[in-house]
Design a protein around this ligand. Structure first.
Ligand SMILES: Cc1ncc(COP(=O)(O)O)c(C=O)c1O
Length: 356
């Protein structure tokens, strides 16, 4: 007889979240986790240093200063903003606020691997709708909504395939989904989309109060290690999110860094533009090496591959000191970085193409 305390069966059956591997050694290019390759901005470092003198105190539980600031930047009322420990933390709060055991959450697959894990923790049923041509199949997703569906998760740009959803497609989808279903648009990579980036927040007024937009400071703003993300939603939903937040889960250091990152918007935009400028070059060169790379809109490229090819490709990257992310059954995702790192990626792909 086991003497260990009980754990819920849902937890015992959980797959572990597989994070991108950590890079060790100077020659290693860390391209497995879609992080910013830039070091923290000077203003951010100053703000972290200043806030570090206050870590004997709890942070402001409401993150009110950051919340107000995000509201101004985005153009909504602060009552529509809820801040949390990374956008994945906010999503966990959201599912906890919305789903009872047995409720359904519809999402595209393959997409961000935290989605099925968060559903399972909440006891919600994950309904996966296969991608078509690496994109969300929005018509089939709308048709998958049942009486039990509480949430549809849309990921744009989609992790790991990089494809994005246009404003017209989003509106068409919202028109097909009943207003009782919360539609969560995960925009972790929105800053990398470019000029045509749809502003979903504009749709969130009286027209689509069931839309909730998730954003993060982890990617473009370079604060992955500090854990700050947020939702923009109808005030009732934002209120529910604040209620399900673990108290004080956004630290005062994280809040100060996020505010300083917003103060550094021009530098952030310059860095994002440099990454985005590399994307067509890297995609074109990867295609020239024989890969069928979809047109991406984020800070990574997607290489679909069967398992044997994936294993050999990840090994080839490893041998070249390039850490990438392999997905069993699907392929390999490679984060875009500076031109020199991207060239290392392309050299591996070119050599791999010649060997195959
Ligand atoms: C689509 C997507 N959403 C959310 C996240 C999590 O971001 P955060 O660091 O804000 O929790 C990631 C991280 O990889 C992601 O790819």
């Amino acid at each position: 007889m086991s003497t260990m305390p009980h754990q819920r069966p849902a937890v015992a059956g959980l797959p572990a979240y597989v994070a991108g591997r950590k890079a060790t050694g100077e020659q290693v290019a860390a391209l497995a986790s879609n992080e910013s390759h830039y070091p923290p901005l000077p203003k951010v470092l100053d703000a972290i240093a200043a806030a570090s003198t206050r870590v004997n105190r709890y942070p402001d539980m409401a993150s009110a200063t950051l919340r107000d600031r995000i509201a101004r930047v985005v153009g909504v009322s602060p009552t529509s903003v809820a801040v949390g420990p990374g956008s994945v933390g906010v999503l966990a709060q959201l599912i906890a606020a919305v789903c009872d055991p047995g409720d359904e959450v519809v999402f595209a697959w393959r997409s961000f691997e935290a989605y099925p894990i968060l559903c399972q923790i909440a006891g919600a049923e994950a309904v996966r709708v296969p991608l078509v041509a690496e994109r969300h199949d929005l018509r089939t997703m709308a048709a998958a909504v049942t009486e039990r569906t509480r949430v549809v998760l849309l990921c744009s740009p989609n992790n790991p395939t990089g494809t994005s959803i246009s404003t017209a497609e989003l509106i068409d989808f919202l028109d097909r989904v009943p207003g009782r279903v919360l539609v969560v648009l995960d925009e972790a990579y929105r800053e990398f989309v470019g000029a045509e980036s749809p502003d979903a927040v504009n749709l969130l007024d009286s027209r689509y109060p069931n839309l909730c937009v998730l954003r993060t400071f982890s990617k473009a703003y370079g604060l992955a290690g500090l854990r700050v993300g947020y939702a923009i939603a109808h005030p009732d939903i934002a209120d529910g999110l604040r209620k399900t937040q673990i108290p004080f889960s956004v630290s005062n250091v994280a809040e100060a860094a996020a505010l300083a990152a917003l103060d550094s918007a021009d530098e952030v935009a310059t860095r994002v533009a440099a990454v985005v400028a590399e994307r067509p070059r890297v995609e074109a060169a990867a295609r020239a090496s024989g890969w069928d790379v979809p047109q991406g809109a984020a800070n990574f490229i997607w290489l679909r591959a069967d398992d044997a090819t994936r294993e050999r490709l990840v090994a080839a990257f490893d041998a070249a000191g390039v850490m990438v992310r392999g997905y069993p059954g699907d392929g390999v995702r490679v984060t875009l970085a500076d031109p020199a790192s991207n060239d290392r990626v392309l050299a591996v792909l070119a050599a791999f193409g010649r060997e195959s």
